[in-house]
Design a protein around this ligand. Structure first.
Ligand code: HEM
Length: 123
C-alpha cells in the first residue's frame, strides 16, 4: 500500500502536469493523487502502530531519519490539503493556475520520495 501510494502521488502529479490543460483526466488524476496521499498517511501511521504493538516502543530513529520522517509527514499533509483544494476550487481557473498546482504536487511528491530514501538509509 505504501509503495503504491508513493507511485500514485508521484505518477499522478507528473501525468497531470504533462496532460494539462485537460480538465477531465486532470480531475481523475486529482482523485488518484488524493487517494495516494491518504494511503501514505494511513500506511505510514500503520508502520508506527505495528512497531509499537510488537516492541512496545516506536523505532529508535537517528536524527537524520527523524528529520526525513518529519519532512515526509509535512509533504503528506500539504499534498493532501492541496489535492482537496484542487478538487473543489479548480473550476474556472487559468491554465497557469492548473500548471502551478500540479507543479507543486509534483515537487511535494519528489520531496517525500527523496526523504523516504533518507529514512530507509538512516533508520
Ligand atoms: C504520514 C506520512 C508518512 C509516514 C508516517 C511514513 C512512514 C514510513 C516508514 C516508517 C517507512 C519505513 C522506513 C524503513 O523501513 O526504513 C516508510 C518507508 C517508505 N516510505 Fe513512507 N511515510 C509517510 C509518507 C510517505 C510518502 C508521502 C511517500 C512518497 C511519496 C513515502 C514513501 C516511502 C517509501 C518509498 C518507503 C520505502 C518502502 C520500502 O522500503 O518498501 N512515504 N515510510
Amino acid at each position: 500500500m505504501h509503495n503504491f501510494g508513493a507511485a500514485a502521488v508521484t505518477g499522478g502529479a507528473v501525468a497531470a502536469l504533462w496532460l494539462a490543460p485537460r480538465p477531465e483526466p486532470e480531475r481523475a488524476l486529482a482523485w488518484l493523487v488524493l487517494s495516494g496521499w491518504t494511503a501514505q498517511m494511513v500506511s505510514g501511521a500503520a508502520f508506527g502502530a505495528i512497531s509499537f504493538y510488537y516492541y512496545r516502543q516506536l523505532p529508535d530513529l537517528s536524527a537524520v531519519a527523524l528529520l526525513a520522517l518529519e519532512i515526509k509527514l509535512a509533504c503528506a499533509v500539504s499534498g493532501f490539503a492541496l489535492a482537496v483544494f484542487y478538487l473543489f476550487h479548480a473550476t474556472g481557473r487559468t491554465e497557469s493556475w492548473h500548471r502551478n498546482a500540479w507543479l507543486m504536487l509534483t515537487i511535494l511528491a519528489a520531496m517525500a520520495l527523496t526523504s523516504a530514501a533518507f529514512l530507509r538509509w538512516f533508520s
